[in-house]
Design a protein around this ligand. Structure first.
Ligand code: NDP
Length: 253
């Protein structure tokens, strides 16, 4: 799907976690609008290749790099490589994330740390590496993937909910900090989206979850990608510090 007037054609995007799920849909959506997209993934090279191939088949440009967002040095080096080869990063989509659900008493240290290190630490690492380049151009867009769990909570999701609440707060703080440099910072907060991440929840909860979604279906990765695209596009020039919910009305039940 292309929207030539979005203002995105020819610009450079960096998307974390672009090998699968929502990240892949975002990469395809942005590349479909003529963006030159670089994405990070953790280790699933086969899935990353599928993303690159899908973009190429549609006539777009995307490159996948195996970069763990929890590794600040690797992130810094990879961002510099992107700058060397492309000269700029116009859009950052902080999408990479993980879950390690369990009731608090059963959560071990590793489950707590892994979720916070990836979902919060990773966003700090990548944003800190990219922002100086946006500041030097006096322009840029940052879109962070939060979650309905960041506001609504979720049984067995204390680590994940805490990480996404942090992302909502981080987004607002960055919006304040970067506004004078003409950089906008927003969040998209999905509900339950049909990807590998939510597979266990969807299988376990079955109809119980869809009953609580006003629109009576799970979201698709593309539903979220459209919202990310909107916040990246010129149509969102005057929006910053916002959390855009894409949850079919889940938070209202
Ligand atoms: P998936 O599990 O389907 O995909 C996760 C992606 O993140 C993969 O590309 C994975 O790479 C990458 N990733 C994970 N850890 C790292 C890391 N340390 N470094 C680099 N890349 C990493 O997740 P979704 O697409 O479902 O979720 C995407 C975002 O949306 C997440 O932030 C999630 O919290 C959020 N979200 C998802 C919801 C849902 O229902 N699915 C609901 C609300 C929010 P690899 O393939 O190499 O493992």
């Amino acid at each position: 799907m292309t929207s030539p007037d979005s203002g995105l054609a020819g610009k450079v995007a960096l998307v974390t976690g672009g090998s699968r799920g929502i990240g892949r849909a975002v990469v395809e959506r942005l590349a479909g609008d003529g963006m030159d997209v670089v994405f990070f993934y953790r280790g699933n090279g086969a899935a990353a290749q599928e993303t690159v191939a899908a973009v190429a088949a549609a006539g777009g440009k995307a490159e996948g790099l195996p970069v763990d967002v929890t590794d600040a040095a690797a992130v810094g080096a990879a961002v510099e490589k992107v700058i060397e080869s492309r000269g700029r990063i116009d859009l950052l989509v902080n999408n990479a994330g993980i879950v390690r659900d369990n009731l608090l008493a059963m959560l071990d240290d590793a489950d707590i740390r892994a979720v916070l290190d990836t979902n919060v630490g990773g966003v700090f690492n990548v944003t800190r590496a990219v922002v100086p380049h946006m500041i030097s151009k006096r322009s840029g867009r940052i879109v962070n993937l939060s979650s309905v769990a960041g506001e609504k909570g979720g049984r067995g999701q204390s680590n994940y909910a805490a990480s996404k609440g942090a992302i909502n707060a981080f987004t607002k703080a960055m919006a304040v900090e970067l506004a004078s440099r003409k950089i906008t910072v927003n969040c998209v907060a999905p509900g339950v989206i049909d990807t590998e991440m939510s597979q266990a929840v969807r299988e376990l909860a079955g109809d119980e979850v869809t009953k609580r979604i006003l629109l009576k279906r799970y979201g698709r990765a593309e539903d979220v990608a459209h919202a990310v695209w909107f916040l990246a596009s010129r149509y969102a020039d005057y929006i910053t510090g916002e959390v855009l919910h894409v949850d079919g009305g889940f938070k209202m039940e």
